[in-house]
Design a protein around this ligand. Sequence first.
Ligand SMILES: C[C@@](CO)(OP(=O)(O)O)[C@H](O)COP(=O)(O)OP(=O)(O)OC[C@H]1O[C@@H](n2ccc(N)nc2=O)[C@H](O)[C@@H]1O
Ligand SMILES: Nc1ncnc2c1ncn2[C@@H]1O[C@H](COP(=O)(O)OP(=O)(O)O)[C@@H](O)[C@H]1O
Length: 274
Amino acid sequence: MITFPNAKINLGLNVVEKRPDGYHNLETVFYPINLQDALEVNRLENTGEPYRLRVSGSTLDGSPEDNLVVKAYTLLSDAYSLPPVDIHLFKHIPTGAGLGGGSSDCAFMIKTLNEKFRLGMSIEEMEKHAARLGADCAFFIQNQPVFATGTGNVFERVSLSLADYTLVLVKPDISVSTREAYGGIRPRRPETSLKEIIRRPVEEWRDCMKNDFEESVFARHPEIAAIKDKLYDIGATYASMTGSGSAVYGLFRNRVENVSEQFAGCFCRQREMI
Ligand SMILES: C[C@@](CO)(OP(=O)(O)O)[C@H](O)COP(=O)(O)OP(=O)(O)OC[C@H]1O[C@@H](n2ccc(N)nc2=O)[C@H](O)[C@@H]1O
Ligand SMILES: Nc1ncnc2c1ncn2[C@@H]1O[C@H](COP(=O)(O)OP(=O)(O)O)[C@@H](O)[C@H]1O
């Protein structure tokens, strides 16, 4: 069985408070985008191993046990009797980007195992398992635009469509650690809730929709700030870093000419919004 785990962007991100467990409560809108890995899962016959993982496309650091698709398999193996599996992951979504690629692979692995081996889990059960493996994994179970609170695991559906926009996504060759990014933040509640801001026209977002990670990440990496400025220079209606970075996106009313040349040296993709 083959599925295509997609990336997300954050529309605004407010880190509102630090929790006693060291994590942070946030408010953000998660929005799925058209940039995908591929994940194939088959039964593994006659090898005696519980699983085999092959990764192609871009390389990933760490051993197979560190991979979130294997963590998802291992977690579900504790609760259900699962046969050995042969996993092939084609990585296309850049990592350390704020695009949630690893989290999406994890959630799609849970959905695949549920369907392929008829585990009978409800959406809520799958979300609960996903949330144990990463703060933003649960979003990818339903994969619909949501206003997210808590650590990024409490969702409220929002009726928002950006289907009329073109996305330009630019990821410089810089990785930002999520843990470090949270460390650079002084949490506070925004004056206007994001839930209210997303109801305004996209043209107004530039003046009121903020990603709280930008201040400290841009101070450390001015190259990332320069990408955002350039996206506005070439006509973006709205531009922002996504999540804890380092990818930056622009929403455009029309397609952009020669976009790869404008951001030479960066991973750069242009896609219609979902
Ligand atoms: C910043 C966000 C916003 O969408 O996305 P990304 O930039 O990773 O895509 C998420 O909150 C990232 O979620 P995720 O990437 O799943 O985080 P995890 O692996 O669970 O946590 C990595 C580390 O970040 C910190 N962390 C994470 C989430 C959170 N709400 N508060 C935190 O303080 C913790 O120090 C944790 O050890
Ligand atoms: N299947 C996977 N794909 C990508 N990263 C993974 C995966 N499994 C584990 N990881 C680890 O998770 C970390 C965060 O990955 P990812 O979710 O892609 O980025 P981000 O948190 O920037 O959105 C990476 O540093 C990587 O080592």
